[in-house]
Design a protein around this ligand. Structure first.
Ligand code: NAP
Length: 306
């Protein structure tokens, strides 16, 4: 049975550090880190994500604003808004919640961010610093995964690492970051042949594909570390039973919320892995914690001269 890699515990510690440093800056400089979230349209999931980021800012004492725009805003108008935020001194970090409506090119909007305020780490400058292995903002979810491996002292150097998924937000950035950590990294995607065989060589297997319980226990090398980035909501009682048996907590989720969360890895892989992230409370909580940490870092670089 794998040890459970508890992202929630690590995330709480990182957030506590941000809270304490923020309180110190408030006392010594009379200023705190500031984060603005830009939200376009009425995508429900985006609204939930932005609210939870804003709540984290409030809990930790950061200054935060949400700039919400109607779904039919033009690209030119939105770029103008980003320009205003780039100029505002009390704004250290700007995050543009994706996806954006179809009339807007997300790449153009991300490129318009000042790289020094790119706390989501998606600007081409930030991505370039990953490839160059130089300091810069890292996307929050991959950064959380690397922190998790460090926290649990899971060695990366020289190990065979397989990352399933090649989005900029997660898979491709993470693969480059793990290469920088001297892992021998293979990136898989929807055209990869014999995915099960490729995965079964991995000492560290990361699943970031958005496919419910797709990675079966037999994909996992016995004793491997498995990082499950996927977050999928399941409401079908038969599938919940297939994944979790009669687990009381999952049955309660179904009754109270109407769904429970499952990752991209089948929960039965816990029996085979040496260490594995649970879903929820694994990678998920780290993403917001890393956003808070990146915002603090942006503040320190801009104001505290560190
Ligand atoms: P994405 O942009 O949809 O990318 C999915 C990737 O998975 C693509 O590269 C795709 O390959 C690959 N893929 C899809 N089906 C596959 C298959 N059958 N075999 C192999 N590869 C396959 O998703 P994302 O934004 O990277 O997110 C991935 C997952 O992570 C989602 O479940 C998302 O909810 C979750 N997520 C979690 C957090 C967090 O905080 N924990 C943050 C971000 C995302 P192609 O490139 O060939 O299409």
């Amino acid at each position: 049975m794998a040890i459970s890699l508890e992202g929630k515990t690590l995330a709480d510690r990182i957030k506590e550090e941000v809270r304490q440093k923020t309180a110190r800056y408030r006392e010594t400089l009379g200023k705190v880190p500031g984060l603005v979230a830009v939200l376009v349209g009425d995508n429900k999931a985006s609204q939930v994500y932005v609210r939870s980021k804003q709540k984290a800012c409030q809990d930790l004492g950061l200054f935060s604003e949400v700039h919400a725009y109607a779904g039919d805003i033009s690209q030119v108008m939105l770029l103008g808004k980003i320009e205003e935020l780039n100029r505002r001194d009390e704004v250290d970090g700007i995050l543009v919640q994706l996806p954006l409506p179809s009339q807007i090119d997300p790449f153009a909007v991300i490129c318009a961010l000042s790289p020094e305020k790119d706390v989501d780490g998606l600007h081409p400058f930030s991505l370039g610093t990953i490839l160059a292995n130089k300091p810069g903002f890292r996307p929050c979810t991959p950064l959380g995964v690397v922190e998790m491996l460090r926290e649990y002292k899971i060695p990366i150097e020289g190990r065979d690492v397989v990352v399933i998924g090649r989005s900029l937000l997660v898979g491709k950035s993470l693969a480059a970051m793990l290469t920088n950590e001297n892992g021998t990294v293979t990136t898989c995607h929807s055209r990869t042949r014999d995915l099960d065989k490729v995965c079964s060589r991995a000492d560290i297997l990361v699943a970031a594909m958005g496919k419910e319980a797709f990675v079966k226990p037999e994909f996992v090398k016995p004793g491997a570390a498995v990082i499950d980035v996927g977050i999928n909501s399941v409401s079908d009682p038969a599938r919940v039973k297939a994944y979790f048996g009669d687990d009381e907590k999952r049955q309660k989720d179904l009754q109270t919320k109407g769904y429970t969360l499952v990752g991209d890895v089948h929960p039965a892989a816990f029996e085979r892995a040496g260490a594995m992230t649970p879903v929820p409370r694994g990678v998920g909580p780290l993403t917001i914690a890393m956003l808070m940490k990146n915002t603090l870092t942006a503040f320190e670089r801009r104001r505290a001269g560190s």
